[in-house]
Design a protein around this ligand. Structure first.
Ligand code: C2E
Ligand code: MG
Ligand code: MG
Length: 508
């Protein structure tokens, strides 16, 4: 009897094994066997419940961050809206997109990107209120639903989120800084249903990105940008792939003897017979969508082919190419440039890479290393749009750059604006003290050329000299310059809207 009880207790306490079941059936049968069957069914019911609950969680939550997913987000917005409609309440929706996340993914790999997202998710969760839903929509996009919230409170949360994003993220040996842009939409002010609220938050988020304001509240005025951005993003990859972009070339001359020194290659996108999209419209799209590497590769290919072609015509000036900061972070970029040069049989000293001041300062260590490699290849490096960033002189001094291009915003009005003139003068002195040459961008008139000459500026670029022009027009312009048919000391100033017109020649 004791043995019977002990065996029964053992069976009840432990997991059921087939052998125990057979023994129970053979020796004891009756009550014990029924007990085992009951236990088995309870265990399998519990198991089924557990699996169902895990599956329910998986179906409604994001695997990587465990935050609610898009499906659950929709359900929660619907609930919040239903409640708000019944109680005359309000709901705020925040859509958040990480800045520079693509660069992390491209440069350090998807695994590092995933680890970054896993650290961002709890930060967002902790910053939001318990009653808010924080969801991941996919990629680097998150959404926060704030029930019973006005626009003011939504703005305050956005500021707090942006502040928490300032703290660097440590992943393995990398210390990464990831910013965020947030778009806000509000019920009942901007929309009455879930889809429209989300769409409007998306428009606001892109406004925040475009204006670099951190966060933005939806404004119907910005809808047109959103539609155009979507269209351009969809078409740009195709345009690059099918060679539908063009390079225009703008001469840069020496100021003292009016000789051509080099030519800046500027991308143009003839999107239709009547529309040419300018870089300010499509470069930011290329950068955000990661297409910039393909675009830079296309520009490098086209420009080096052009150098070989011009070589055949006896045109030996160098070409200046604009390089994005994310190109410098792209693994293998230097090797790719090197291979291209040898394939085209073009020497590295025929190329100048222009990198904006702010790009030079981004991820300084990595940028410095890549710039050194490019410099060692023999490529001249120029700091573009100088004066518009927040670079540290201590850092600039150590970068292997030979040229500084003063941003046109200081040059255009320097004859009228004394502050601008002072900035131009000090930049020229500073650059010369550091052993660098100076190009003034945005030279619109003879007066500006004259002052630049007095200030000792080395080179000039601008509409007064020539507008960017197709490659086919450059040989004629160069001959005209050589034969003194272009008198830069007496030419009238042109209007800005003539930007896309080819440069007109005197007597030609
Ligand atoms: P940037 O490198 O500073 O190029 C000079 C810009 O100033 C060009 O505008 C040029 O057309 C314009 N410009 C030249 N002279 C004058 C002038 O006298 N007055 C005025 N108002 N403007 C003048 P664009 O071609 O529209 O390019 C804008 C910017 O887009 C460039 O600024 C450059 O940062 C970027 N970009 C252009 N092509 C490329 C490219 O192939 N790759 C990359 N990554 N960026 C590019
Ligand atoms: Mg440039
Ligand atoms: Mg510039």
């Amino acid at each position: 009897m004791l043995g019977y009880c002990l065996f029964a207790a053992h069976l009840w306490r432990t997991d059921i094994r087939i052998i125990d079941t057979l023994l129970a059936f053979y020796f004891l049968a009756g009550g014990i066997f029924i007990m085992l069957v009951v236990k088995m069914s309870i265990a399998s019911m519990n198991n089924a419940k557990r699996i169902a609950s895990v599956e329910r969680h998986n179906a409604t939550h994001d695997e990587l961050t465990s935050l609610p997913n898009r499906g659950l987000l929709h359900t929660r917005i619907e609930h919040a809206l239903t409640h708000a409609k019944q109680t005359d309440g309000q709901v705020a929706v925040l859509l958040l997109d990480l800045d520079r996340f693509k660069e992390i993914n491209d440069t350090l790999g998807h695994h590092t990107g995933d680890l970054v997202l896993q650290q961002i998710a709890p930060r967002l969760r902790e910053t939001a209120r318990d009653s808010d839903t924080v969801a991941r929509l996919g990629g680097d996009e998150f959404c926060i639903i704030m029930p019973a919230t006005d626009l003011n409170a939504a703005g305050i949360l956005s500021e707090r989120i942006i502040e928490t994003m300032q703290h660097p993220i440590q992943v393995h040996q990398h210390t990464l800084k990831v910013g965020a842009s947030i778009g806000i939409s509000h019920y009942p002010r901007h929309a009455k249903d879930t889809d429209t609220l989300l769409r409007h938050a998306d428009v606001a988020m892109y406004t925040a990105k475009r204006k670099n304001t951190g966060y933005a509240v939806y404004d119907a005025e910005n809808d047109k940008y959103s539609l155009r951005r979507l269209q351009l993003t969809n078409e740009l990859e195709d345009a690059i792939k099918h060679d539908r972009l063009e390079l225009h070339y703008q001469p840069i001359i020496s100021i003292n003897d009016i000789q051509i020194l080099h030519i800046e290659a500027l991308a143009r996108w003839p999107r239709s017979n009547i529309e040419v999209v300018l870089p300010d419209d499509f470069i930011p799209i290329a950068e955000r969508s990661g297409l910039i590497h393909k675009l830079t590769r296309w520009v490098l290919n086209k420009a080096t082919r052009q150098l070989s072609e011009w070589g055949g015509l006896g045109i030996t000036c160098r070409i200046s190419i604009n390089i994005s900061s994310s190109d410098l972070q792209q693994p293998g970029f230097v090797e790719e440039v090197k291979e291209l040069l040898s394939k085209r049989r073009v020497t590295a000293d025929r190329l100048i890479f222009e990198i904006t001041e702010s790009s030079m300062m981004r991820d300084y260590e990595q940028t410095h290393t890549v710039l050194n490699k490019l410099h060692n290849l023999g490529i001249t490096l120029a700091i573009d749009d100088f004066g518009t960033g927040y670079s540290s002189l201590a850092h600039l001094k150590h970068l292997p750059t030979n040229l500084i291009k003063i941003d046109q915003s200081f040059v255009v009005d320097m004859t009228e604006d004394e502050n601008d003139a002072v900035i131009v003068r000090s930049t020229i002195d500073l650059a010369h003290n550091m052993g660098k040459k100076v190009v003034a961008e945005g030279v619109h008139s003879r007066e500006v050329m004259d002052i630049l000459e007095i200030l000792g500026c080395d080179m000039a670029q601008g509409f007064h000299i020539a507008r960017p022009m197709p490659a086919s027009e450059l040989p004629a312009w160069l001959s005209a310059l050589k034969e003194n048919r272009i008198d830069l000391r007496t030419r009238p100033v042109r209007r800005a809207e003539d930007n896309l017109q080819p440069a007109r020649l005197k007597n030609s």
